[in-house]
Each structure stands twice: as C-alpha cells, then as structure tokens.
Design a protein around this ligand. Structure first.
Ligand code: TRP
Length: 452
C-alpha cells in the first residue's frame, strides 16, 4: 500500500508480536470459561466441535485480521476502510470495526468483574483462609463473594485501573513485559496443577469427560457456544488482532505466526481443563457448576496439596496477569481509533473509555446481588452480555471479516500479504469464502429455528 503514513509504534520483533497476541488470546477464556462451558455442555463432543472451529474457522480468520491490520497499519475501522478502498470497494466495510469496538466495550464490562474475582482469590490464597477447605465450604465462600457488591466493586475497580494504566502507557512498554515473563510462568504452574490432578484418582474420569465424544449430548446451542468460544478465546471478531497486526512489520510469515498463537492458546485451554476436571470428579463436585467452577474447585485442590498456599497464590497471580493482558487488548482497538482519528491524547482516550467500561461493569457485578432481578431474555446482565458478545457479535464480526477478506480484497493483495504456498492460499481463501461464513450461518440458523 502506498500511504504508509501511520503514527504507530511497532513490535520489536516477530516474537514480540506472537507474545502479545498470545497474551491477548490466553486469558480468562482459557482457564475460567473453557472448563466451565465444557462442563455445562457435556464434555467430549463439545471439545471436538470447539477444536474443529479453531482449526477451520478461527485460524484462517486470524490470518485475515493480521494481514488487514498490517497492510493498512491503522486502527481496525480505518484499516478495513483503507483496504476496501484499495480493492475498489466501499469504505463502509469500516463499520465492522465500529461493531467491534462495541463488542470490546461490552466484553470488558463482564471480563473485569471476573478479573476482580481473580484478584480477590489472590488475597484469599495468600492469607491461607482456604487451607483445608471442603468443596461445600468453597462453594459457600464463592457465593458469599458474589453476594457482596462492595467487595466486588473494589476489585472490579482495581482491575479496571490496572488495565487503563497499561493501555495509557502504550503497547510497547506495557504489554510486552507482562507477557514475556508471565506467560511461561503461567504455563509451568498449570503443568504443576496438572501433575497434582493426576494424583487425585479422578484423572481418568476427567480425561474421559473431555475426550469421549458422545454426540447425543450435542445440541445446536452447544455448537453455537463452541463456535462462539473459538472466536472469544482467539480474540477474534472485534478487531483486537487487527489492531495488534497493525503494529507488525512486514517481515514475518503470517501463517506460521498465527498457527503458533492458535496452538499455544488451545494448549493452555486443554491443560486447564485436564487440571480442573479431575479435581472436580475426585471431590464429587458437579462439572456443570457454571461460572464458579474454577473458583470453587481450585481452592479445594490447593487446600489439600503440599505448598498449596504458595502454589495457590502464584496460580491466581498468573491467571490475573493472563486476564490483564487480555483486558488490555479489549480496549486497545478503540483507543487506537480515538488517538488516530479523533486526535485524542492516548492518556485521555484510555481514561475516558475506562470510565465507560467501568460503569457498565457495575451492572454486571450487580447481576449477582442488587440487580439480580434485572433480566434480558431471561438472563441477568452478566450472562446476557457474555452471551450476545461471544455467541452473536463476535461470530457476526468474524463472518463479515471472512467475507470481506475472501470476496472483496483483491487476490493479489491477499497473496502479497500472506506469502504462502499456493495450496495454503487456496485453503485459506476457501475458508474465507465458504467454510467460515457457512459454519457461522448454519449454527445461527439452527439456533433460531430449532429442529423439533
Ligand atoms: N481471548 C481472551 C480470553 O480468552 C479474551 C479477549 C481479549 C477477547 N481480547 C478479545 C475476546 C477480543 C474477544 C475479542 O480470555
């Protein structure tokens, strides 16, 4: 592209991009959400659909997001409209980026509430309050936290401030350091937890639960959740990866880079599941316990294992960091837009956006107490925002990005950016034109028109 007049920073190397994008992808989605939705949707078949979606839909869309961002080197809205214009199409494609900004705001509002739970559990682990706790007691303790709006608000506020500070500092300083050190540490601790899970006697049952494919348990709703989660966990469909791609230099191979990110993200989710389910089964807990799953099962496990207080504290610190690097990436595309387009100062843009998402977050934390009666389509605010963003808005954003990359962007531009072999290019292009849009459309269709 000729007009490379961007005001943007760049990542120091391809590895830093991988780290930052992995930092965005690996978060509460992997460690908190994946195990609990797997539990609620019956296990194996759900996991298989999720893995298929990652491979056939998620990875190709991630390639598209990276190349659109990198080609334009601008925030998602302007990147989409520039690339559209260059391919002789309408700048209206930039509207996908507008919907993306809205998704980011809505996701952040419940994400930071859960981020707050994690901060609370760091404290609880550190003080040893939960040593030797039974699963019933752990359930009661989690319930008590949810019933206490003041405590929730304090942690939610802290988490929001932490995020805004890094976004305000800009991508290079903030995001890189957090990811470079903390991500490997998180993985090591997950492996330790997995090692412990293997000794509990529930390991075979946990393994079977995740990898025994019983399709009679699969519903269209479960398929939608698996599809939606593949977008959520890879941070797709709202411009995060496009924004991160815009900070990438031209040298790196997009295909290999994206495969690495997808593989790391999937690995963390699977290991988290394999660590959590054996603990659930060996303590006679319910895998379908919902959002509290991790917060109830893990304190029990840490309370029983040697050095549990130390490992437990470390674990929640690292989950907190993973959530933090993801939360940053939820705000980054919008802040980039405000800075580049509306010429706002980064600090002002970050704080302004921070105040909005923080306010919305209060409605989410109220869902468990003072606003429990407020429902949308039978769901409280927290569940409703989670549902419409992950299961509707992200897949819709993804389908539009796929259609755009497959049908609108000229082949020569896409080929020039992706620089892969002909076969890979054809596979990718086929996914953009057909597989990804059709998969999303079919699942949405059957969800709205259930087969009786
Ligand atoms: N992927 C993150 C997780 O799994 C959440 C996240 C960060 C996200 N940025 C995103 C989800 C953009 C959707 C879109 O926790």
């Amino acid at each position: 592209m000729t007009n490379k007049t961007s005001i943007q920073d760049s990542w120091a190397s391809r590895w830093i991009f991988i780290l930052a994008a992995t930092g965005s992808a690996v978060g509460l989605g992997n460690i908190w959400k994946f195990p609990y939705i797997t539990g609620e949707n019956g296990g194996g078949a759900f996991v298989l659909v999720y893995l298929t979606c990652i491979l056939l839909v998620g990875i190709p869309i991630m390639m598209a997001e990276v190349f659109i961002g990198r080609r334009a080197r601008k925030n998602p809205i302007n990147a989409l409209s520039d690339v559209a214009e260059e391919s002789d199409s309408t700048k209206k494609w930039g509207l996908i980026g507008v919907m993306g900004m809205l998704s980011g705001v809505l996701i952040f509002s419940f994400y930071s509430v859960v981020g707050g739970w994690v901060l609370h559990y760091i404290k609880v682990m550190l003080t040893g309050e939960m040593s030797g706790i039974s699963s019933d007691e752990a359930g009661t303790a989690f319930g008590a936290l949810l019933a206490d709006p003041a405590t929730l608000l304090g942690w939610h506020t802290l988490f929001s401030i932490m995020t805004v500070v890094v976004v305000a500092a800009g991508i290079n300083k903030g995001i890189e350091t957090a990811t470079r050190i903390m991500m490997p540490a998180l993985f090591v601790l997950l492996i330790i937890l997995l090692g412990y899970a293997m000794t509990t006697g529930g390991f075979a049952q946990g393994w079977n639960f995740m990898f025994h494919f019983d399709f009679s348990k699969l519903t269209w709703n479960a398929a939608l959740i698996a599809l939606g989660h593949s977008f959520f966990t890879l941070s797709l469909g709202m411009g995060t990866i496009m924004a991160y791609g815009s900070y990438m230099t031209k040298k790196a191979s997009i295909g290999k880079t994206v495969l690495t990110i997808g593989a790391l993200d999937t690995l963390v989710a699977l290991v988290a599941g394999l660590a959590i389910f054996p603990i659930i089964f060996s303590n006679g807990m319910d895998p379908a316990a919902g959002p509290g799953l991790m917060f109830i099962s893990l304190p029990v496990a840490f309370g029983q294992m040697p050095f549990g207080q130390l490992f437990g504290t470390l674990f929640f610190v690292l989950v907190g960091v993973a959530a933090w690097t993801s939360a940053i990436s939820l705000l980054e595309p919008t802040v980039a837009f405000l800075v580049e387009r509306l010429k706002m100062k980064r600090v002002t843009a970050s704080i302004g956006l921070g105040v909005i998402v923080w306010g919305l977050g209060i409605a989410c934390l109220g869902s468990f107490n003072f606003m429990a009666d407020v429902t949308f389509f039978g769901k409280n605010t927290f569940d409703f925002l989670d549902y419409i963003t992950a299961n509707i808005m992200l897949p819709l954003g993804g389908i539009l990005i796929a259609l755009f990359a497959g049908w609108i962007v000229k082949d020569k531009f896409a080929k020039d950016e992706l620089e892969t072999s002909d076969t890979i290019y054809k596979l990718w292009n086929f996914s953009m034109k057909f597989t990804a849009p059709i998969a999303v459309a079919v699942v949405l269709y059957f969800l709205l028109n259930p087969i009786k």
